[in-house]
Design a protein around this ligand. Structure first.
Ligand SMILES: Cc1cc2nc3c(=O)[nH]c(=O)nc-3n(C[C@H](O)[C@H](O)[C@H](O)COP(=O)(O)OP(=O)(O)OC[C@H]3O[C@@H](n4cnc5c(N)ncnc54)[C@H](O)[C@@H]3O)c2cc1C
Ligand code: FES
Length: 360
């Protein structure tokens, strides 16, 4: 199977702060549909590397779909390879290899009242959601935005403009660690009390996300109104020769058969129904040795994926009937699992019949 990656030209590089740059890509007409996205989704880019050939990294789209732009915003990670390479080297006219937009950190109802939480570079998916909701939706939008200090606030001017354009619908609360110290879980909880019927989207450093998640749980905000995006680096290479990657995975799956995966998986033909992008598929010959993503690809289904390693959630589905186990999971928490969410790139069957949906 061919690798579904595309080479795009860099249209513009914008210095946002001392340690963050936005990169806008030119998407030609024939790729517009493939690169259509919803606010909160991300692109996966291939950063050239002398050591490994390339380093694959995910970056959220900070632009909004209706703007026609495809812009990511990259903040330097101390001693990080890819983020510093992008900030040091990329310029207009360069080209990059990318995977199309992906991800499930995106509002189902753009008219809902939204409570957005951004910490540092975590603002990128969140501002895309805010821009889209303000332009295309009708609800109220509240943003709690935490930063180290004033100079590290990405999109400060755009946020001021958005507030001026939508004074009755958009509220931004800035929190500066240099002035107010770190936000406490109790303080975040008190803040959230005022917006208990809003839908939350949170992205930022791990301690910030944990504090927000705990505060929202303590307020008993239901699971379907609490969303978070974790920024982690991919360890593997979703761009490589996919034939080779799939072959290697198959050998691994076979080797695993007598061990963890083999014991858990249902041995025998499995019947599966799949809902994806308004399409309905039914197959009755999944042998339970390939992971579900590979099985669907072998049937010609255009199933979403990025890392193929269980650490990005691009491939997530909801199990509506039956059950599946996962070989590896770095991204779903206990509540996601209880809600039936599974990573198809790691999924093996536990039951003879299954029904899954990608539609959330
Ligand atoms: C869904 C998602 C969305 C994200 N969105 C954003 C975003 O909007 N903005 C943002 O800033 N970040 C975002 N991230 C985080 C981003 O993907 C990276 O994790 C982050 O930029 C840090 O990457 P880094 O390579 O600089 O640092 P690290 O991952 O810390 O880099 C160090 C790693 O690089 C390896 N390395 C060192 N030198 C080399 C070399 N020469 N060749 C190859 N490898 C080498 C090291 O072995 C080490 O593993 C997102 C992550 C996810 C999963
Ligand atoms: S493709 Fe990344 S978790 Fe499955």
């Amino acid at each position: 199977m061919a690798v579904e990656s595309y080479v795009l030209k860099v249209a513009e590089v914008i210095e946002e702060t001392n340690d963050a740059k936005s990169v806008a890509f030119e998407v030609p007409d024939d790729l517009q549909e493939r690169f259509a996205y919803t606010p909160g989704q991300f692109l996966t880019v291939a950063v050239p590397s002398d050591q490994t050939g390339l380093a694959a990294r995910c970056y959220s789209l900070s632009s909004s779909p209706h703007s026609g732009r495809h812009q990511i915003t990259v903040k330097r990670t101390a001693d990080g390879y890819a983020s510093n390479w992008i900030c040091d080297n990329l310029k207009a006219g360069d080209t990059m290899r990318l995977l199309p937009p992906s991800g499930i950190f995106t509002p189902k109802d753009i008219n809902a009242d939204l409570l957005l939480w951004g910490g540092g570079s975590g603002i990128t998916p969140v501002i895309s959601i805010a821009r889209t909701a303000l332009e295309k939706g009708s609800g109220k939008v509240v943003l709690f935005y935490a930063n180290r200090d004033e100079t590290s606030v990405i999109f400060a001017a755009e946020l001021r403009e958005l507030v001026a354009e939508h004074p009755d619908r958009f509220t931004v609360v800035h929190w500066l660690e240099s002035v107010q110290g770190l936000p406490t879980q109790e303080g975040l909880k008190q803040f959230a009390t005022y917006f208990a019927d809003y839908t939350s989207f949170c992205c930022g450093p791990a301690p910030f996300m944990k504090a927000v998640a705990t505060a929202l749980k303590e307020l008993e905000i239901p699971r379907d109104r609490r969303h978070q995006e974790k920024f982690v680096s991919l360890g593997g290479n979703p761009f490589g020769d996919v034939e080779e990657v799939l072959a290697a995975q198959k050998i691994l799956a076979e080797a695993d058969d007598g061990e963890e995966a083999g014991e858990a998986a249902f041995a025998g033909p499995v019947s599966i129904e799949v809902e994806l992008d308004g399409n309905h598929y039914a197959f009755d010959d999944w042998d339970g040795k390939q992971v579900l993503l590979e099985f669907l690809e072998s049937k010609g289904v255009d199933a979403p994926f990025s890392c193929r390693e269980g650490n990005c959630s691009s491939c997530a589905c909801i199990v509506l009937d039956g059950d599946i186990s996962m070989k590896h999971n770095d991204v779903l928490d206990a509540e996601d699992l209880a809600d039936g969410i599974r990573l198809t790139c790691q999924a093996l069957p536990l039951t003879e019949t299954l029904k899954i949906s990608y539609n959330g």
